[in-house]
Ligand binder design. Structure first.
Ligand SMILES: [Zn+2]
Ligand SMILES: [Zn+2]
Length: 292
Protein backbone atom coordinates (compact mmCIF):
# COMPACT_ATOMS: atom_id res chain seq x y z
CA UNK A 1 0.00 0.00 0.00
CA UNK A 2 1.38 3.40 -0.78
CA UNK A 3 0.18 6.95 -0.55
CA UNK A 4 -0.16 9.05 -3.65
CA UNK A 5 -1.14 12.67 -3.96
CA UNK A 6 -4.15 13.58 -1.81
CA UNK A 7 -6.49 12.45 -4.60
CA UNK A 8 -4.64 9.30 -5.67
CA UNK A 9 -6.14 6.60 -3.45
CA UNK A 10 -6.71 3.79 -5.88
CA UNK A 11 -4.29 1.15 -4.73
CA UNK A 12 -5.04 -1.18 -7.60
CA UNK A 13 -3.67 1.20 -10.22
CA UNK A 14 -0.07 0.86 -11.45
CA UNK A 15 2.59 2.94 -9.82
CA UNK A 16 4.20 4.51 -12.84
CA UNK A 17 2.66 7.91 -13.01
CA UNK A 18 5.23 10.67 -12.73
CA UNK A 19 2.45 12.85 -11.38
CA UNK A 20 1.73 10.67 -8.35
CA UNK A 21 4.37 11.21 -5.75
CA UNK A 22 4.95 9.62 -2.39
CA UNK A 23 3.66 11.80 0.40
CA UNK A 24 6.33 12.58 2.95
CA UNK A 25 6.10 14.08 6.36
CA UNK A 26 8.68 16.77 5.65
CA UNK A 27 7.46 20.30 6.06
CA UNK A 28 6.44 21.88 2.73
CA UNK A 29 8.16 25.06 1.64
CA UNK A 30 6.46 28.18 2.96
CA UNK A 31 3.74 29.57 0.75
CA UNK A 32 4.31 32.98 -0.78
CA UNK A 33 2.36 35.78 0.86
CA UNK A 34 -1.17 36.06 -0.53
CA UNK A 35 -1.77 38.81 -3.03
CA UNK A 36 -3.67 41.81 -1.84
CA UNK A 37 -7.39 41.65 -2.58
CA UNK A 38 -8.07 43.92 -5.49
CA UNK A 39 -11.19 46.00 -5.72
CA UNK A 40 -13.83 44.63 -7.98
CA UNK A 41 -12.42 45.24 -11.39
CA UNK A 42 -11.57 41.66 -12.33
CA UNK A 43 -14.05 39.23 -13.69
CA UNK A 44 -13.36 36.77 -10.89
CA UNK A 45 -14.54 39.27 -8.32
CA UNK A 46 -17.79 39.48 -10.19
CA UNK A 47 -18.48 35.91 -9.19
CA UNK A 48 -16.69 35.05 -6.01
CA UNK A 49 -14.73 37.99 -4.71
CA UNK A 50 -15.64 40.12 -1.77
CA UNK A 51 -15.87 43.46 -3.49
CA UNK A 52 -18.24 45.49 -5.64
CA UNK A 53 -21.75 44.73 -4.40
CA UNK A 54 -23.11 46.02 -7.72
CA UNK A 55 -21.83 42.85 -9.42
CA UNK A 56 -24.17 40.83 -7.19
CA UNK A 57 -27.33 42.59 -8.33
CA UNK A 58 -29.76 41.19 -10.87
CA UNK A 59 -30.04 42.84 -14.25
CA UNK A 60 -33.01 42.76 -16.61
CA UNK A 61 -31.31 40.19 -18.89
CA UNK A 62 -30.75 38.01 -15.78
CA UNK A 63 -34.44 38.28 -14.91
CA UNK A 64 -35.45 37.56 -18.50
CA UNK A 65 -33.46 34.32 -18.55
CA UNK A 66 -34.91 33.22 -15.21
CA UNK A 67 -38.40 34.04 -16.52
CA UNK A 68 -37.95 31.98 -19.70
CA UNK A 69 -36.34 29.11 -17.80
CA UNK A 70 -39.18 29.13 -15.27
CA UNK A 71 -41.73 29.20 -18.08
CA UNK A 72 -40.31 26.03 -19.63
CA UNK A 73 -40.30 24.26 -16.24
CA UNK A 74 -43.88 25.32 -15.47
CA UNK A 75 -44.99 24.26 -18.95
CA UNK A 76 -43.58 20.75 -18.34
CA UNK A 77 -45.29 20.45 -14.96
CA UNK A 78 -48.62 21.74 -16.27
CA UNK A 79 -48.43 19.32 -19.19
CA UNK A 80 -47.72 16.46 -16.78
CA UNK A 81 -50.69 17.34 -14.58
CA UNK A 82 -53.06 17.75 -17.54
CA UNK A 83 -52.01 14.43 -19.13
CA UNK A 84 -52.19 12.65 -15.76
CA UNK A 85 -55.65 14.05 -15.09
CA UNK A 86 -56.89 12.99 -18.51
CA UNK A 87 -55.64 9.41 -18.18
CA UNK A 88 -56.12 9.00 -14.45
CA UNK A 89 -52.44 8.36 -13.70
CA UNK A 90 -50.97 9.26 -10.32
CA UNK A 91 -48.18 6.86 -9.39
CA UNK A 92 -46.18 7.19 -12.61
CA UNK A 93 -45.94 11.00 -12.61
CA UNK A 94 -44.98 10.94 -8.93
CA UNK A 95 -42.24 8.43 -9.66
CA UNK A 96 -41.09 10.58 -12.57
CA UNK A 97 -40.91 13.60 -10.28
CA UNK A 98 -38.87 11.73 -7.66
CA UNK A 99 -36.48 10.44 -10.30
CA UNK A 100 -36.10 13.95 -11.69
CA UNK A 101 -35.33 15.29 -8.23
CA UNK A 102 -32.66 12.61 -7.64
CA UNK A 103 -31.11 12.99 -11.08
CA UNK A 104 -30.90 16.76 -10.59
CA UNK A 105 -28.90 16.19 -7.39
CA UNK A 106 -26.60 13.75 -9.18
CA UNK A 107 -26.26 16.07 -12.18
CA UNK A 108 -25.28 19.07 -10.08
CA UNK A 109 -22.68 16.90 -8.34
CA UNK A 110 -21.09 15.75 -11.58
CA UNK A 111 -21.18 19.24 -13.10
CA UNK A 112 -19.79 20.84 -9.92
CA UNK A 113 -16.98 18.26 -9.78
CA UNK A 114 -16.14 18.88 -13.44
CA UNK A 115 -15.94 22.66 -13.26
CA UNK A 116 -14.15 22.59 -9.89
CA UNK A 117 -11.40 20.44 -11.35
CA UNK A 118 -11.04 21.10 -15.07
CA UNK A 119 -10.84 24.04 -17.45
CA UNK A 120 -10.29 27.70 -16.69
CA UNK A 121 -11.68 31.16 -17.29
CA UNK A 122 -10.92 30.90 -21.01
CA UNK A 123 -12.73 27.58 -21.49
CA UNK A 124 -15.46 28.04 -24.12
CA UNK A 125 -19.04 28.15 -22.80
CA UNK A 126 -18.13 27.10 -19.25
CA UNK A 127 -15.33 29.59 -18.52
CA UNK A 128 -17.43 32.03 -16.52
CA UNK A 129 -18.91 29.24 -14.38
CA UNK A 130 -15.46 27.74 -13.78
CA UNK A 131 -14.10 31.09 -12.71
CA UNK A 132 -17.17 31.70 -10.58
CA UNK A 133 -16.78 28.46 -8.64
CA UNK A 134 -13.07 29.13 -8.07
CA UNK A 135 -13.99 32.48 -6.59
CA UNK A 136 -16.73 30.83 -4.56
CA UNK A 137 -14.21 28.58 -2.82
CA UNK A 138 -12.30 31.63 -1.62
CA UNK A 139 -15.33 33.72 -0.73
CA UNK A 140 -18.20 31.26 -0.13
CA UNK A 141 -20.26 33.71 1.89
CA UNK A 142 -20.58 36.05 -1.11
CA UNK A 143 -23.19 33.78 -2.69
CA UNK A 144 -25.65 34.66 0.07
CA UNK A 145 -25.54 38.31 -1.00
CA UNK A 146 -26.08 37.56 -4.68
CA UNK A 147 -29.55 38.50 -5.88
CA UNK A 148 -31.86 35.73 -7.06
CA UNK A 149 -31.75 36.21 -10.85
CA UNK A 150 -28.05 37.09 -10.76
CA UNK A 151 -27.39 33.73 -9.11
CA UNK A 152 -29.67 31.66 -11.35
CA UNK A 153 -29.48 33.20 -14.82
CA UNK A 154 -26.75 30.93 -16.24
CA UNK A 155 -28.58 27.73 -15.34
CA UNK A 156 -31.91 29.27 -16.38
CA UNK A 157 -30.44 29.97 -19.80
CA UNK A 158 -29.34 26.33 -20.13
CA UNK A 159 -32.81 25.17 -19.10
CA UNK A 160 -34.42 27.54 -21.61
CA UNK A 161 -32.51 25.96 -24.48
CA UNK A 162 -32.67 22.29 -23.44
CA UNK A 163 -36.16 21.71 -22.04
CA UNK A 164 -38.37 22.68 -25.04
CA UNK A 165 -36.68 20.23 -27.46
CA UNK A 166 -37.01 17.44 -24.89
CA UNK A 167 -40.66 18.29 -24.34
CA UNK A 168 -41.19 18.21 -28.09
CA UNK A 169 -39.89 14.64 -28.19
CA UNK A 170 -42.33 13.41 -25.53
CA UNK A 171 -45.36 12.08 -27.32
CA UNK A 172 -48.53 10.30 -26.27
CA UNK A 173 -51.20 11.04 -23.71
CA UNK A 174 -50.82 8.11 -21.32
CA UNK A 175 -49.30 7.63 -17.90
CA UNK A 176 -45.74 7.32 -19.25
CA UNK A 177 -46.03 10.67 -21.02
CA UNK A 178 -47.28 12.23 -17.78
CA UNK A 179 -44.30 10.66 -15.96
CA UNK A 180 -41.86 11.93 -18.59
CA UNK A 181 -43.16 15.50 -18.38
CA UNK A 182 -42.98 15.35 -14.57
CA UNK A 183 -39.43 14.01 -14.73
CA UNK A 184 -38.29 16.76 -17.11
CA UNK A 185 -40.05 19.54 -15.22
CA UNK A 186 -38.81 18.57 -11.76
CA UNK A 187 -35.28 17.77 -12.92
CA UNK A 188 -34.91 21.02 -14.87
CA UNK A 189 -36.53 23.05 -12.08
CA UNK A 190 -34.22 21.63 -9.42
CA UNK A 191 -31.16 22.18 -11.60
CA UNK A 192 -32.19 25.78 -12.27
CA UNK A 193 -32.82 26.42 -8.57
CA UNK A 194 -29.73 24.54 -7.38
CA UNK A 195 -27.70 27.71 -7.07
CA UNK A 196 -30.40 29.13 -4.77
CA UNK A 197 -30.31 25.92 -2.70
CA UNK A 198 -26.51 26.32 -2.67
CA UNK A 199 -26.83 29.92 -1.47
CA UNK A 200 -29.16 28.84 1.35
CA UNK A 201 -26.58 26.21 2.36
CA UNK A 202 -24.16 29.07 3.04
CA UNK A 203 -26.64 31.34 4.83
CA UNK A 204 -26.64 31.78 8.58
CA UNK A 205 -29.44 29.72 10.07
CA UNK A 206 -31.11 32.71 11.67
CA UNK A 207 -31.41 34.42 8.28
CA UNK A 208 -33.05 31.48 6.51
CA UNK A 209 -36.82 31.47 5.92
CA UNK A 210 -38.25 28.97 8.46
CA UNK A 211 -39.61 26.75 5.66
CA UNK A 212 -36.16 26.55 4.05
CA UNK A 213 -34.54 25.70 7.38
CA UNK A 214 -37.14 22.96 7.89
CA UNK A 215 -36.53 21.53 4.40
CA UNK A 216 -32.78 21.52 5.03
CA UNK A 217 -33.37 19.82 8.37
CA UNK A 218 -35.49 17.17 6.66
CA UNK A 219 -32.85 16.55 3.98
CA UNK A 220 -35.08 17.76 1.16
CA UNK A 221 -32.63 20.58 0.42
CA UNK A 222 -28.87 20.36 0.86
CA UNK A 223 -28.08 21.29 4.43
CA UNK A 224 -25.60 23.82 5.73
CA UNK A 225 -23.62 21.13 7.57
CA UNK A 226 -23.46 18.82 4.57
CA UNK A 227 -22.32 21.47 2.13
CA UNK A 228 -19.82 22.90 4.63
CA UNK A 229 -17.84 19.66 4.20
CA UNK A 230 -17.23 20.65 0.55
CA UNK A 231 -15.45 23.78 1.75
CA UNK A 232 -13.18 21.95 4.18
CA UNK A 233 -9.96 20.02 3.39
CA UNK A 234 -9.37 17.96 1.36
CA UNK A 235 -11.94 19.89 -0.75
CA UNK A 236 -12.97 16.89 -2.81
CA UNK A 237 -16.35 15.74 -1.52
CA UNK A 238 -20.01 16.74 -1.21
CA UNK A 239 -20.35 18.17 -4.70
CA UNK A 240 -24.15 17.72 -4.99
CA UNK A 241 -26.15 20.85 -4.21
CA UNK A 242 -29.85 20.02 -4.64
CA UNK A 243 -30.57 17.68 -1.72
CA UNK A 244 -27.16 16.15 -1.15
CA UNK A 245 -28.85 12.73 -1.29
CA UNK A 246 -26.23 11.40 -3.72
CA UNK A 247 -23.19 12.74 -1.88
CA UNK A 248 -22.58 9.81 0.40
CA UNK A 249 -22.81 7.20 -2.37
CA UNK A 250 -20.57 9.24 -4.69
CA UNK A 251 -17.97 9.96 -2.03
CA UNK A 252 -17.85 6.52 -0.43
CA UNK A 253 -17.62 4.80 -3.82
CA UNK A 254 -14.81 7.22 -4.79
CA UNK A 255 -16.36 7.49 -8.21
CA UNK A 256 -14.97 10.98 -8.76
CA UNK A 257 -11.47 9.80 -7.85
CA UNK A 258 -11.83 6.97 -10.35
CA UNK A 259 -13.02 9.41 -13.03
CA UNK A 260 -10.06 11.68 -12.29
CA UNK A 261 -7.66 8.77 -12.74
CA UNK A 262 -9.32 7.82 -16.02
CA UNK A 263 -9.04 11.40 -17.30
CA UNK A 264 -5.42 11.60 -16.17
CA UNK A 265 -4.27 8.32 -17.68
CA UNK A 266 -6.30 8.84 -20.86
CA UNK A 267 -5.65 12.54 -21.51
CA UNK A 268 -2.82 13.48 -19.13
CA UNK A 269 -4.94 16.17 -17.48
CA UNK A 270 -4.66 16.50 -13.73
CA UNK A 271 -7.69 17.65 -11.75
CA UNK A 272 -7.24 20.92 -9.92
CA UNK A 273 -7.77 19.23 -6.55
CA UNK A 274 -4.61 17.13 -6.92
CA UNK A 275 -2.26 20.03 -7.16
CA UNK A 276 -4.00 23.18 -6.03
CA UNK A 277 -2.55 24.39 -2.75
CA UNK A 278 -4.94 24.56 0.15
CA UNK A 279 -4.58 28.33 0.12
CA UNK A 280 -6.44 28.37 -3.22
CA UNK A 281 -9.47 26.73 -1.64
CA UNK A 282 -9.23 28.14 1.86
CA UNK A 283 -12.01 30.52 2.74
CA UNK A 284 -10.89 34.12 2.91
CA UNK A 285 -12.14 36.28 5.70
CA UNK A 286 -12.95 39.35 3.65
CA UNK A 287 -16.61 40.24 3.51
CA UNK A 288 -18.67 42.46 1.30
CA UNK A 289 -18.44 45.94 2.70
CA UNK A 290 -21.62 46.98 4.44
CA UNK A 291 -23.37 43.68 3.77
CA UNK A 292 -22.46 41.52 6.72
ZN1 LIG B 1 -16.80 23.53 -5.33
ZN1 LIG C 1 -20.49 26.36 -1.64
Amino acid sequence: MYALTPRCHLSSLPRFSPACRVVTTSRPPPLPPPPAVSVATTSSSQFGGPADPSSLRSTWPHRAWVATGSATVIASLVKSVSVAAACGAAVEPLLGAVLGYLLADLGTGVYHWAIDNYGGPSTPVFGAQIEGFQGHHKYPYTITRREFANNLHALARAVTFTVPPIQFLISGDGSMAAAAHAFVGVCAGCIMLSQQFHAWAHEKKGRLPPAVAALQEAGVLVSRAEHAAHHRPPYNSNYCIVSGACNRALDESRVFEAMEMVVFFRFGVRPRSWSEPASERKEQTARIAGKD
